[in-house]
Structure formats: C-alpha cells, structure tokens
Write a protein that binds this ligand. Sequence first.
Ligand code: MLT
Length: 261
Amino acid sequence: MDLEWKSQTVRIREFGQGPSVLLVHGYPLDGAMWSGVARSLSERFRVFKLDLPGHGENPAPAGGTMEDYAGFLEAVLTQVKGPAGIAAFSMGGYALLSLLRRSPSNAAALALVDTRARADDEAGRTGREAAIQAVRAGGAAAIVDAMVEKLLSAAGRSNEGLVERLRRIILRQKPEALESDLAAMRDRPDSVDLLPGISVPTLVITGEADVITPPSEGESMASAIPGARYLQIPGAGHLTPMERPGAVAASLAEHFAATLS
Ligand code: MLT
C-alpha cells in the first residue's frame, strides 16, 4: 500500500489476507524488527509492517514529536479502512497512546508490547539529551552497543545471528530519525490517565527480563485498562518480537482472531 505523507510517497509493506493488523516499531529500529512475527501472522491476517517517518524505507521527514508519529499512524489507519488491530512496540506504543489521546480511530483491538504509559522522569529526560548529543556526533554507531545490551536478554545477546540482525537494523537508521525519536520520547506526556478510557480489547505483553519497560509497568497498565489481559514472555528481554517471534505471534494471533473477526 502507498500513502502520501508530507509530500512523500510512503510504501507500507503488506502481507497476507484477512482482518487488518498494523505492526508499529520502536526505537532505534524500523519495521524489520517485526519480520518474524509478520510472516507468521500473514497466514491469517492482512499485516502492515510500517516504518515510521524517517525510518527504514520511509522517505518522509521524522517530525520530532510523538504527535507527529501519531498523525502518521492515523493516516495509515484511515487508508487501511475498516476495523484494524494494532500491535505497537515500546516507542510505537507511546505513539499509539498519543493517537488515542488525539482522536477516536478505527483501531478495534490493541496489543501494547513492551511499552509503558508513564512519561520519562527527570533522569530519563537527561538520558535522552545525552543520547541526542551522541547521535549528533556519531550517528547510529554511537548508540548501537548500548542499545543491543538493553534491548536483549543475556540469552538473546549470546545468539550471534539475532545480534547481527539487530545491529544491521539499528545501524541503517539515519541520525535525524534517531534524534527525532529521542526528542519525541523525552517530551511525550504522561498517558496513565488515558488507560481507564480504552474501550477496545487490549493485550499487554512484556518480556520477563525487560530492563527498559519491566513487567511491573506492563502489569500496572493492564490492570488500569478495562478487561485487558497481561502476558509475560518467559526469559525474553525488551525486544520480545525479535527474541521470541513465535510466542509473540501466537499470542497476537489469538488476541486478534478473537477480537477482529
Ligand atoms: C524503544 O524500545 O522503543 C525504546 O527503547 C523505549 C524507550 O527508550 O523508552
């Protein structure tokens, strides 16, 4: 599917047939982080594996705010038409919450994957500033080692193929896109107040060993969203869709099959 966004034609990779499911990536990544999950889901769903503006193959400028990413998600949803499921990972989840704040949408079921509703605290914002300075000076190479360490569990880090694929995704991101992500995450508002108002079926997933958005964050989000289910992926770090694509795909398939048909 092609979409016009900020005077650019953006290609959204699409696979399979069935109810529509959008997969939204996190920082410092692109849609390829969802490849294994997308392959599996495409047996039953029409899967859209998107790159946020400025990331991967998306030529549009990255806007530097979560609102801007939310606007892009809204444009994709509008073009997809009809009810759709959205699985949003980490920063993608922050963008999804920002979309829920700004407008009702045709999102009919949600999966919040390794993400949180709370805004950054002071220490978090200071860390974003340091990372912005690092990517300005040295691009993606300046943050790749630290991010691999934080995104994967110890077991994930010992899987050479996985580490290699992850490094390749991170290293191809443009410094401007990474700076946009960091500024957007630093400045995003707290979304805890939105959770009780979420009225579509929601699944919350976290990795057992997630050090960026720990299971306690996922559990507290799920308990604040009416009727939400919480699932912990044993042994996985933050990046559950790459560390455990089979388990994540199976739980998303079950959730979206029950809620979208
Ligand atoms: C992500 O995985 O999208 C980010 O690491 C989340 C964050 O830094 O808050």
